[in-house]
Design a protein. Structure first.
Length: 90
């Protein structure tokens, strides 16, 4: 009887070893840039509602890895946020 219990423990350990934290996620998908899709809003320093979505509560510009904005559009976005700050709109 004791040998069977030991074998059961080994099986559970091997099943646990199969579940790895570092396994590839098969259902991962890339998120699209919200400014690259059809009918997307134009990035402009006068569009305050749009710009406030990409600024944190402290007034910092959110990084593109969080907002999923492409590199080119992130540059435009940061420039327009800085212009709006300069003019006192934000």
């Amino acid at each position: 009887m004791q040998k069977k219990r030991n074998n059961n423990k080994k099986k559970s350990q091997s099943n646990f070893a199969k579940l790895s934290i570092f396994q590839n996620n098969r259902y991962k998908f890339k998120k699209k840039c919200p400014f690259s899709i059809k009918g997307a809003p134009v990035i402009d320093y006068k569009n305050i509602k749009l710009l406030k979505k990409y600024v944190s509560e402290n007034g910092k510009i959110l990084p593109s890895r969080i907002t999923n904005v492409s590199q080119k559009k992130q540059r435009e976005l940061s420039l327009s946020i800085k212009r709006a700050r300069n003019l006192g709109l934000i």
